[in-house]
Design a binder for this molecule. Structure first.
Ligand code: ADP
Ligand code: ADP
Ligand code: MG
Length: 446
């Protein structure tokens, strides 16, 4: 029985998880770094333990300190959130060996799916369409050139251990590939301490459409529809919405069924997301699977009424899903905007600092997931995301109108944010007409 959860994270997702636990009558333990002493998650949890100095490597990635905190407080489970240790198989394994429930899939599946090249091979075997490319890792530059010549340019070089939009490069020609190969290899080594690469065809002007799944430990699995995350800067999402404007019912059904089939085939459990690219012909291709709760999970919660974090906890507790596919209904349209502490006029440079004044929007169909407050010092050490503004309307038009209204109300004084930049996108004709793909922001910025 899960009675006390240690949340191995910070910021809005830690707060999100604490709230779910409170509603479920589960006690919570926050961990915090020295700079996060006054953070909201530290204050909201039933107990809080300092686990080290500011740098992530010494605190939120410090496995030993986190496990000591769990033992000291008698936490029976750990929720890893997203980022940090959420997709670290050895952390999940140690938890398991210590008899602490890791709220997520088994470490073996995290390991398998965290290796993006291996994940692709696995999905291909499970009958999921994948982007054409190298079979497994590429061993040398000459092999990369050989494969690229076969599948034709442009191609994409990707770090197998990559995440967060890092370690991905396009090459339009042999010359570019030769150059990019060394750059990505270096980048992957530095960011992920793993320089293995794979190569795939660059799909031009696709939509990023992902399917949320939930699978219990008794073989039951459902999908909760899709999220369109095509508004990206440098392969990182900025605005997400559901349903996706480009899916017809047939494609939507096929993608959902493909995702569920794959999950069952590999024996995946807990919440997960299968990311696909959808091309102009509505053909879809597997890209990667994220074995954790995602940043943009709230939009799915808004249209389905299902609390994904509570489901993660129930599944980890060994419970059966209380619904099957036919029970899941979709209402209206939902959209999320990520508000970051960054300066769009200075190439989106992070802008940490003191929040001197704050007004958050609210009202019918408006949800704000955040950990900031007036007087909060945004540290330079972590992710620059300040808040997620989420709206729910009867259709896309109403969602966009609600989002514009909510963002117009939002006031964050003292630091620079991307709010005005996002408002410009919301006013853009192509965005308004749902006429965009993953290249949209680059074009918008140039
Ligand atoms: P989502 O897929 O949920 O939209 P993002 O790609 O925006 O998530 O990543 C969520 C957070 O996790 C970000 O802070 C990102 O920097 C971090 N992250 C994701 N994958 C990795 C990884 N492999 N290594 C380090 N950080 C990662
Ligand atoms: P991460 O692990 O960093 O999230 P992904 O493999 O999910 O990396 O890719 C991130 C983004 O990069 C995708 O959402 C998409 O916009 C772009 N991308 C990735 N692979 C391709 C591809 N083969 N063709 C076109 N765009 C791609
Ligand atoms: Mg991804």
């Amino acid at each position: 029985m899960i009675k006390k959860i240690l949340i191995a994270n910070r910021g809005e997702i830690a707060v999100r998880i604490i709230r779910a636990c409170r509603e479920m009558g589960i006690r919570t333990v926050a961990i915090y770094s020295e700079t996060d002493k006054d953070s909201l998650h530290t204050k909201l949890a039933d107990e809080a333990i300092c686990i080290g100095p500011a740098p992530s490597a010494k605190s939120y990635l410090n496995v030993k300190a986190i496990l000591e905190a769990a033992c000291l407080t008698g936490a029976d489970s750990i929720h890893p959130g997203y980022g940090f240790l959420s997709e670290n198989p050895s952390f999940a394994r140690i938890c398991e060996e210590m008899g602490i429930k890791f709220i997520g899939p088994s470490y073996k599946l995290i390991e398998l799916l965290g290796n993006k090249s291996k994940a692709k091979e696995t999905m291909k075997k499970a009958g999921v369409p994948v982007v054409q490319g190298s079979e497994g890792l590429i061993k040398s530059k000459s092999e990369a050139l050989e494969i690229a010549a076969k599948i034709k340019y442009p191609v994409m070089l990707k770090a197998s251990a990559g995440g967060g939009g890092k370690g991905i490069r396009i090459a339009y020609s042999e010359e570019e590939l030769k150059k990019e190969y060394d750059i990505v290899k270096q980048e992957a080594k530095v960011s992920f301490n793993d320089d293995s690469l794979y190569l795939e065809k660059f799909i031009e002007n696709p939509r990023h459409v992902e399917i949320q799944v939930l699978a219990d430990e008794h073989g039951n699995c459902v999908h909760l529809g899709e999220r369109d995350c095509s508004i990206q800067r440098r392969n990182q999402k900025m605005i997400e919405e559901t349903p996706s404007g480009i899916l017809d019912e047939k494609t939507r059904k096929m993608m959902g069924e493909t995702a569920v089939k794959a999950v069952k085939e590999i024996g995946y459990t807990n919440a997960g997301t299968i990311e696909f690219l959808v091309d102009k012909n509505k053909d879809f291709y597997f890209m990667e699977m994220n074995t954790r709760v995602q940043v943009e999970h709230p939009i799915t919660e808004m249209v389905t009424g299902i609390d994904i974090v509570k489901e993660q906890i129930r599944i980890a507790n060994g419970e059966k899903l209380k619904f099957d596919q036919d029970d899941i209904k979709f209402f209206g349209h939902s959209m999320e905007v990520r508000i970051n502490a960054e300066d769009p006029d200075k190439n989106f440079m992070p802008c940490p600092g003191l929040i001197t004044g704050l007004h958050l929007p609210g009202g019918n169909g408006v949800r704000v997931d955040t950990a900031i407050y007036s007087g909060y010092m945004v540290p330079p050490t972590y992710d620059s995301m300040l808040a997620k503004i989420i709206v729910h309307g009867k259709d896309r038009e109403e969602s966009v109108a609600k989002m514009k209204s909510a963002l117009a109300e939002l006031v964050v004084d003292g630091i620079k944010t991307n709010v005005d930049f996002v408002l410009k996108i919301l006013d853009d004709k192509d965005f308004h007409d749902d006429n965009y793909d993953t290249s949209y922001l680059n074009k918008f910025l140039s």
